[in-house]
Design a binder for this molecule. Structure first.
Ligand SMILES: C[S@@+](CC[C@H](N)C(=O)[O-])C[C@H]1O[C@@H](n2cnc3c(N)ncnc32)[C@H](O)[C@@H]1O
Length: 258
């Protein structure tokens, strides 16, 4: 098996380390666990760097909705990336990271919510980043439309019908030209997919969800579900050597409503 970071150059790995340091710093306010968790997640999962490198979240995007946010490490990551860009230390040729004006993050587990809230309160950013306890299968996604909805490694926790309902409401929350960014398991991914399900079962147990039943579909079906919502879909495998069949789906709404 290749290493986690084979997909990145030494300069990119140095950028990742700098962003992990900056982003995880916010979580010190939530205690040692929050800080270690943020560091582990942001440095161990190539998704976060890949999202920036591939320009999945457009530079002009300002208003975000992150569904199933955990302790909201994505928000901290995006703020750190923008700070780094504005300081002039951004890799040549990489897309500009978005300047987050408002990010609303919804999460089911109260302990994660508390850690996320502590992080953004302590850094004076709680107006910009709100972390709220909510079940995304029930919660309203708000009156105001957003530029980006992210749902990263979340949908497989709910049955297909609820996934479709969340996707439909996430689509409805997008502005014209907006982006819906998902990471999902590809049920056609063979052994890699089964490994990812086992890993998820361990994580759900450890996080206090009990032994949850997980629900996935083949990548083609994920893409078809998004196209049926009027979105143009690109897929990209998660880079690096993770043995998991997790895939990005970057879905864009048309620039003007149909
Ligand atoms: C694997 S974690 C991913 C966290 C985050 N998206 C990230 O990439 O760092 C999945 C998260 O989805 C949350 N989740 C699962 N079902 C949910 C629901 N119905 N409503 C809100 N959050 C949910 C879990 O509690 C967990 O924090």
């Amino acid at each position: 098996m290749s290493g986690l970071h084979d997909a990145f150059t030494p300069d990119e790995r140095a950028l990742q380390r700098a962003l992990v340091d900056a982003a995880s710093q916010r979580f010190r306010a939530g205690g040692r666990f929050a800080w270690h968790f943020a560091r582990g997640k942001l440095s161990g999962d190539p998704m976060f760097l890949a999202l920036l490198r591939m320009g999945a979240l457009p530079p002009q995007a300002q208003d975000f909705l992150d569904l199933g946010c955990g302790q909201a490490v994505l928000a901290a990551w995006l703020l750190a990336a923008r700070d780094r860009f504005e300081s002039g230390a951004w890799p040549a040729g990489w897309p500009e990271p978005p300047r987050v004006r408002r990010l609303r993050a919804l999460e089911l587990m109260p302990a994660d919510v508390a850690r996320g809230q502590a992080a953004f309160r302590a850094s004076g950013d709680e107006e910009r980043v709100s972390v709220e306890q909510a079940d995304i299968c029930q919660a309203a996604f708000g009156e105001a439309a957003v530029d980006v909805v992210t749902i990263l490694d979340v949908l497989h926790y709910m049955p297909l019908q609820q996934q479709d309902d969340v996707l439909r409401r996430a689509r409805a929350a997008l502005r014209p030209g907006g982006t819906l960014a998902l990471r999902v398991g590809d049920a056609a991914g063979g052994l890699r997919f089964r490994l990812s399900l086992w890993a998820d079962q361990l994580v759900t147990l450890a996080r206090g969800h009990g032994l949850a039943r997980l629900h996935a579909r083949p990548l083609d079906e994920w893409a078809a579900a998004l196209r049926a919502l009027g979105l143009a879909v690109q897929t990209a495998p998660t880079p690096g050597g993770l043995p998991f069949a997790n895939t990005f789906l970057i879905a864009r709404a048309p620039a003007s409503p149909a």
